[in-house]
Ligand binder design. Structure first.
Ligand code: NDP
Length: 272
């Protein structure tokens, strides 16, 4: 097994914030050539500048992952600048907080567009290059992609959909050497709860949880890197993910009650 991502060409979506931003810094410091995508062009340009000043190699492309042609432009940027794609990390994502009784259907459509279709769009254009390099596709799912998370119907559904898509892609490419990994972070300190959509589609603007007690994006980035190097199928992180994966097999109804209990205790929880 290689020990680092040195010289790998790694495309990362959602690289302007949180986990994606941390992956960009951590992987560039390991010697990878990182190609960064997100909608916030200024943040990406500043991050690329910072990485280059530190001696790293990076490029960026403004992309709304909902738009297939922009996903193509992101992959084209990687190939033009660095000649190939070794790893695609589908990380761009959006969350929500509302129970299904109350939520506008538009919110669920938006979640599917960004989290699921954003992944599909990027994979579509990266796949031929990843097949050439026998590279890796990584989907940043969630513990909510392992078991339904109450108050997050659209989020859990979009992450399950990602998994179904990625697992099928793995099997279709079984004889082509493609590595496909689903990574499932638990709560990680980032902007995701601030930008999460509420029932009417407006941004939550605040976090209902203690961000200081969560994993850091840098920890997630390092665990995902190890998963890529070991060519894992499923990358679980801390106790939340491991316990969810294990208990679901033997006591799913117990897990339902635990998820209900934990999430109903959040301040302003939409269910009690
Ligand atoms: P952040 O909100 O900090 O980052 C989200 C990133 O996604 C931003 O860079 C944002 O950039 C980008 N993004 C959002 N919408 C689009 C879009 N339409 N097109 C392109 N980029 C987009 O959250 P995290 O870092 O926490 O989230 C990263 C991933 O990790 C997500 O998939 C999330 O579901 C997952 N995750 C997060 C957990 C957590 O607790 N933080 C737990 C489990 C999984 P911009 O606005 O510039 O477009």
């Amino acid at each position: 097994m290689k020990k680092s991502l040195k010289d790998k060409v790694i495309v990362i979506t959602g690289a302007s914030s949180g986990i994606g931003e941390a992956m960009a810094r951590v992987y560039a410091a390991q010697g990878a050539c990182v190609v960064l995508g997100a909608r916030s062009a200024e943040k990406l340009a500043a991050l690329v500048d910072e990485i280059r000043k530190a001696g790293g190699q990076a490029a960026w492309c403004a992309v709304d992952v909902v738009k297939p042609e922009e996903c193509k432009a992101l992959i084209d940027t990687a190939v033009e600048k660095f000649g190939r794609v070794d790893v695609l990390i589908c990380n761009a994502g959006l969350s929500m907080r509302a129970i299904f009784d109350d939520v506008d259907l538009e919110v669920l459509h938006r979640l599917m567009d960004v989290n699921f279709w954003g992944t599909v769009n990027c994979c579509k254009y990266a796949l031929p290059y990843l097949q050439q390099t026998k590279g890796s596709v990584v989907g940043i799912s969630s513990v909510a992609g392992l078991h339904g998370l109450p108050g997050r119907t659209g989020y859990s559904a979009s992450k399950y959909a990602m998994t179904g898509f990625l697992e099928t892609l793995r099997i279709e490419n079984l004889k082509k050497g493609l590595h496909v990994m689903v990574a499932c972070p638990g709560f990680t300190a980032s902007n995701v709860r601030f930008s999460a959509l509420t029932a009417d589609g407006s941004q939550q603007g605040a976090t209902p949880r203690n961000e200081a007690k969560m994993m850091t994006p840098e920890q997630v980035a390092r665990i995902v890197a190890r998963g890529i190097l070991k060519r894992k199928r499923l990358c679980l992180m801390e106790i939340e993910g491991r316990a969810t994966h294990f208990v679901k097999k033997f006591a799913p109804a117990f897990l339902d009650r635990m998820f209900y209990l934990v999430m109903s205790r959040e301040p302003d929880s939409p269910f009690k």
